[in-house]
Design a protein. Sequence first.
Length: 96
Amino acid sequence: MRLLTYAEFEGFALAHGADEVLVRNWEPGLAIEEHTHPFEAQALLVAGQMWLTCQGQTRHLFPGDEFHLHAGTPHSERYGPEGATYWVARRAKAAT
């Protein structure tokens, strides 16, 4: 299976309602305690590895793995010994 290029990921995300698409690089061994974001996030891990914990469930992610977080979802993150890079499409929380 071929991984998307950044341009393909970005184009698809923007065409499907993302407000912005970013490259996020994380340092080796970084751990981020539980927190939330005011935006929805759809991400593709492209380098390194990470552990994402939501609702007591931890996923160990590798390049090619995707994850999705709704706005306001409590989660924590931990990055592997080489750090990690993912591309993330963000969409602002819908107005109610």
